[in-house]
Design a protein. Structure first.
Length: 139
């Protein structure tokens, strides 16, 4: 069995955003040489997410609005976490809802998706460097 590991780095200039990282993960898969196995993709920061869904801009706006309704950024004083001097408690909650990671089957050297599925990086407290881990194992 082979194993491949790569870190992808992002610096999103806004507080929040969703970005299709499928092409970057596909590039990792090609580099790995693995044709049958599993690909794990996970956010390495507790205020960011990796998830699978449709690459449709209206859906992404809906996610943003829905998450802001569930865990609004302001007022920052509503969160005990922010008593530490932080202002990102909402980002931790949004990450919890959207998830940390995805696992995708690798079949015949390709990510084995269902219809419309793509891998996304979700940023909830941007404006700094953050990592996503891609780990691929298989034959």
């Amino acid at each position: 069995m082979k194993s491949y590991r790569k870190e992808l780095w992002f610096n999103i200039p806004s507080r929040r955003g969703f970005f299709n990282i499928t092409p970057k993960v596909e590039e990792c898969l090609r580099e790995s040489g693995i044709v049958e196995g599993l690909a794990l993709v996970n956010a390495m920061h507790i205020t960011a997410s990796v998830f699978i869904n449709d690459d449709e801009s209206g859906l992404h706006r809906d996610y943003d609005r829905w998450l802001e309704t569930l865990a609004p950024h302001e007022p920052v004083s509503q969160y005990r976490h922010n008593d530490t001097g932080e202002d990102n408690a909402d980002a931790h909650l949004k990450r919890q809802v959207m998830g940390r990671e995805v696992v995708v089957a690798v079949t015949n050297g390709r990510l084995d998706f269902g219809p419309w599925e793509q891998i996304f990086y979700g940023e909830f407290d941007g404006r700094r460097n953050k990592r996503v881990l891609v780990k691929i194992i298989g034959e």
